[in-house]
Design a protein around this ligand. Structure first.
Ligand code: SF4
Length: 319
């Protein structure tokens, strides 16, 4: 295994994804040393609130909230402040690291951003947990409004490679996503930027996506493994490649590409990495508890227990 672990090239990335499974333990040991150097043995646990659900104008093929999706999901415009606060209290009572607030949709009116900002401001007055938003494309003025309300980090994923992107979405472009991220960085946000594995992409697409993410230099990199949802265009996606070994290689590559970032093993961990959590944490230092926008997940208490049993400590970030 002769890779440049400090600064992997595209060829190194492809070799890591193609590594024979027998050589995975050796890779995991090397990656663990890098994870330990930057993150110790800590695991950040995040809670995700779905603050607006469904009725999106876009056609992202994996998404239950897309315009083209027939998935049977709850749809609502903006979650009640009480529910947002309830999740905020759960995050602080359980000492979780971050409260992520996800909204369906790609564009928001100033009125909607004002409403959301005022709810977040009230939430920040009650809980001290760092808040992230996952929220489509913003104008610089809208971004500043959220920043003033106390949002410190914004999630905007690239999802896959530039080359594969037109196969999963045709209503906006990869370049628009990158431009939005650059604008957010200019406004002073931390960036959470990752992707989804299992969208029918090649290994080269995974490598290329992670190279694009490395160039962005985000503070957090969520890696999702596709959970095909009935009613979406990818409901019958071929997920046979998503073996635990392959998922671990992707997480290892994410750590090597962005060694200082939070590497979050997000959707799919409960399915594809069940029983392999210790190895997952050799690369990843962050996870969600209590599910994803439209998919169920492990409860907060079970997640905390799992982290401890895998030999890691879960930690609290300060705002
Ligand atoms: S991923 Fe976001 S932009 Fe794409 S369809 Fe779903 S909610 Fe809309």
């Amino acid at each position: 295994m002769n890779f440049d672990y400090e600064n992997p090239s595209r060829q190194d990335a492809l070799s890591i994804l193609d590594l024979p499974d027998e050589e995975l333990p050796e890779l995991l040991e090397k990656v663990y040393a890098i994870r330990k150097k930057h993150k110790g043995n800590m695991v950040n646990i995040h809670l995700l609130t779905s603050a607006r659900s469904g009725d999106c104008s876009q056609n992202c093929a994996y998404c239950a909230q897309s315009h083209d999706s027939k998935a049977d999901i709850d749809k609502y415009r903006l979650i009640s402040y009480d529910k947002l606060l309830q999740d905020g209290y759960a995050v602080s009572e359980k000492n979780l690291a971050r409260h992520c607030i996800g909204l369906s949709g790609i564009r928001f009116s100033d009125l909607e951003i004002n409403e959301l900002s005022s709810e977040i401001k009230k939430l920040r007055d009650k809980t001290q947990t760092p808040i992230c938003c996952s929220i489509g494309f913003l104008t610089p003025e809208q971004a500043l409004k959220l920043k003033d309300a106390g949002v410190g980090r914004i999630n905007h994923n690239l999802n896959t490679s530039r080359n594969h992107y037109p196969n999963i979405c045709t209503t906006h472009t990869y370049q628009q996503r990158i431009a939005n991220i650059k604008m957010l960085q200019g406004v002073g946000f931390e960036i959470c930027c990752g992707g989804i594995v299992g969208l029918g992409e090649s290994k080269a697409d995974v490598a290329d996506m992670l190279l694009e993410i490395r160039a962005i230099n985000p503070q957090a990199v969520p890696i999702n493994f596709l959970l095909p949802i009935e009613g979406t265009a990818l409901s019958n996606a071929d997920i046979s490649r998503l073996t635990p070994e392959y998922c671990l290689k992707v997480l290892c590559l994410a750590r090597l590409m962005t060694p200082k970032a939070d590497i979050r093993c997000a959707a799919g961990r409960e399915v594809y990495l069940k029983g392999k959590e210790k190895w997952m944490f050799y690369a990843a230092d962050s996870i969600f508890a209590s599910g994803y926008l439209t998919a169920e997940g492990q409860s907060i208490d079970d997640t905390i227990k799992m982290v401890t049993e895998a030999g890691f400590q879960y930690c609290v970030e300060s705002a």
